[in-house]
Design a protein around this ligand. Structure first.
Ligand code: IPE
Ligand code: IPE
Ligand code: MG
Length: 237
C-alpha cells in the first residue's frame, strides 16, 4: 500500500460533454468521487491523500465556471467537514489562499482548526496551487529565516517551508482523464513518485479504478537510484 497518494482529478468537463451536460455537471459529479476516494483511503489504511482541485492556472477559465467551482468548494466544506471529523480525517488546504474570497478563507481556516487533532487520514486539497509557486514561496521564507546561509542552502533547509512539509513525499501519483502531464502540481515532492496515468475520466474513477492504480503501484520496483540486485540483497538499505 502506498502511504501517500496524490491525484490530479482531471476529465470532469469531458465527462459532462459526453452526456450533453454543462461542464459544471461534471464538477458536481466529481465532488461525489472525492467522497468515495476518501472512504477508500480510510478503508485501505492510506495515511495521506492529496487532491489537486484548482490550479493557479485555472483562473484562466470562463468566469462562470470558476465561480461554480468556488461555490462547490464552499458547499463541500460546509457539508462534509462534520463527516471528516467523525472519521478522524485531518483536512488541510494548500495553495495561495489569499486570492479566495474572505468567506471561503474563513471556512477553510475553521475546517482546518476543527480537524487539526485527527490522525487517521491526512486529506489535503491543493487549491490555487502551483508547484512553482510553492517552491518560490518556500525559497522566500527560507531566505528570510536564514539570510546568513545564502549560497549554502540545501534541500533540508527548504523542506520545512514547502506547503506539504507535514507529509512524506507521495508514493503514488495518479492522473485521470488521459493527459500525461504534471500541470504544475507538486513538482518538488513528486521527484520519486510512481506515476500512473489512466484515460478514465475523474467522475468515473471509482474504487475499482483506484484499486487498479494501487495494483500497478504494487508491481513497481522502487530503486531510488540503486540497482535491482542491491534491493534484493538488502531491501531496507
Ligand atoms: C478537472 O476537470 C477539474 C478542474 C480542473 C477543476 P476539467 O474541468 O479539467 O475537465 P476536462 O479536462 O475539461 O475534461
Ligand atoms: C489540472 O487540470 C488541474 C486540476 C485537475 C485541478 P487541468 O485540466 O486544468 O490541466 P491542463 O490545463 O489540461 O494541463
Ligand atoms: Mg482538464
Amino acid at each position: 500500500m502506498p502511504e501517500h497518494v496524490a491525484v490530479i482529478m482531471d476529465g470532469n468537463g469531458r465527462w459532462a460533454k459526453k452526456r450533453f451536460l454543462p461542464r459544471v455537471a461534471g464538477h458536481v459529479k466529481g465532488v461525489e468521487l472525492v467522497r468515495e476516494m476518501v472512504r477508500a483511503c480510510l478503508e485501505r489504511g492510506i495515511g495521506y491523500l492529496t487532491l489537486f482541485a484548482f490550479s493557479s492556472e485555472n483562473w484562466r477559465r470562463p468566469a462562470d465556471e470558476v465561480s461554480v467551482l468556488m461555490q462547490l468548494f464552499v458547499k463541500a466544506l460546509q457539508q462534509e467537514v462534520k463527516k471528516l471529523q467523525e472519521n478522524g480525517v485531518r483536512l488541510r488546504v494548500v495553495g495561495d489562499l489569499n486570492r479566495f474570497d474572505p468567506g471561503l478563507q474563513q471556512l477553510i481556516a475553521d475546517a482546518e482548526a476543527l480537524t487539526a487533532g485527527n490522525t487517521r487520514l491526512n486529506l489535503t486539497i491543493a487549491a490555487n496551487y502551483g508547484g512553482r509557486w510553492d517552491i518560490m514561496q518556500a525559497v522566500n521564507k527560507m531566505a528570510l529565516a536564514h539570510p546568513e546561509k545564502v549560497g549554502t542552502w540545501d534541500e533540508s533547509d527548504l523542506a520545512p517551508w514547502l506547503s506539504m512539509h507535514f507529509a512524506p513525499e507521495p508514493d503514488l501519483f495518479i492522473r485521470t482523464g488521459g493527459e500525461e502531464r504534471m500541470s504544475n502540481f507538486l513538482l518538488w515532492q513528486l521527484a520519486y513518485a510512481e506515476l500512473y496515468f489512466t484515460p478514465t475520466l475523474w467522475p468515473d474513477f471509482d474504487t475499482s479504478e483506484f484499486d487498479k492504480a494501487i495494483a500497478s503501484y504494487a508491481q513497481r520496483e522502487r530503486r531510488f537510484g540503486r540497482t535491482s540486485e542491491q534491493l534484493v540483497d538488502s531491501p531496507n538499505a
